[in-house]
Ligand binder design. Structure first.
Ligand code: PMP
Length: 289
């Protein structure tokens, strides 16, 4: 991934992709003092760029460091990076981490670095393929108690169990894993939030120990505009057979229906299709607000 043409925005400058390096004794690498974002540009415009910039800054604050760029500066840097790389439809990955001046648990004086990379990440499938749904395993790892981890931060360290869960699921032939939380409630997938339908309503877990995704909030809003109410509540795995449709959503996944969760089967239907289409329209620049 490091041997490509293109430009990385790195601490205020655009540098050639291959030269965007950091030192092996970086605090972010050893102690996970690192936060990141995942965004998408559609036709050259990053969807909800400002919200992502603010979330990046907030993620860092939760890890006790401050990003040395304002939300406006981050938005401008991301836009420049998209423009300079030439492809208007890309995934955008800002990352911020503590540098190499201090190599111990304490790192108050380590420099904060920020980099932004962009690359093509096509939407998973066309609508017809998506409507077949993906298969989810149920992960062994659980989302931690918010008293044990900064759950609201998009912190690199929280992805350790996500990668392990995703690998375990893929080894068994599943596309992804549904993770439960520390209390055994349904939480989210390894990189996306989850929704269910029942009786014409959406049901989704309370985002009290995992990321309250920007896509999640967009879906709740789009559903409301269609007159569909979303119930955010505790959902236990025992309820899984009682739902009609299931889909996951996130910047990368967009809206992706689910056909299986472990032994449970779902048939992607009208609500999933409608939200796939509404989301696709919403993310295009110039969409009616
Ligand atoms: N949960 C996790 C663990 C994620 O990595 C993501 C993707 N950032 C999401 C949820 C969805 O967040 P968003 O809609 O803001 O992309």
């Amino acid at each position: 991934f490091d041997q490509r043409d293109g430009w990385i925005w790195y601490n205020g400058d655009l540098v050639p992709w291959r030269d965007a390096k950091l030192h092996v004794l970086s605090h972010g690498l050893h102690y996970a003092s690192s936060v990141f974002e995942g965004e998408r540009a559609y036709d050259g415009v990053i969807f909800k760029s400002r919200e992502h910039s603010e979330r990046l800054r907030h993620s860092a604050e939760l890890l006790d460091f401050e990003i040395p760029y304002s939300a406006e500066e981050l938005c401008a840097a991301k836009a420049l990076c998209v423009e300079r790389n030439g492809d208007p439809n890309v995934y955008v990955r800002p990352v911020a981490w503590r540098g190499s001046e201090m190599m111990a648990v304490a790192a108050q004086n380590a420099t904060i670095h920020v980099a932004i990379g962009v690359w093509p990440w096509p939407s998973m499938f066309d609508v017809a393929t998506k409507m077949k749904g993906i298969r989810l395993d149920i992960a062994d790892w659980r989302r931690p108690d918010p008293a044990c981890a900064p759950s609201a931060s998009k912190a690199a360290g929280l992805y350790m169990i996500a990668t392990m869960s995703k690998h375990a699921a893929e080894r068994k032939g599943y596309a992804d894993a549904l993770m439960l939380d520390w209390q055994g409630r349904v939480a989210e997938c390894t990189g996306a939030n989850v929704f269910f339908t029942r009786g014409g309503q959406l049901h989704t877990p309370l985002a009290d120990c995992f990321l309250d995704g920007i896509t999640r909030r967009t879906i709740i809003d789009l559903a409301r505009r269609r007159g569909i109410e979303t119930v955010e509540r505790r959902i236990m795995p025992g309820e899984l057979p009682s739902f009609n449709e299931c889909f996951i959503c996130g910047t990368g996944a967009e809206v992706t229906p689910v056909s299986e969760i472990g032994p449970h089967r779902y048939v992607p239907g009208n609500i999933s299709r409608m939200l796939i289409e509404d989301y696709a329209a919403e993310v295009r620049p110039g969409a009616a607000i």
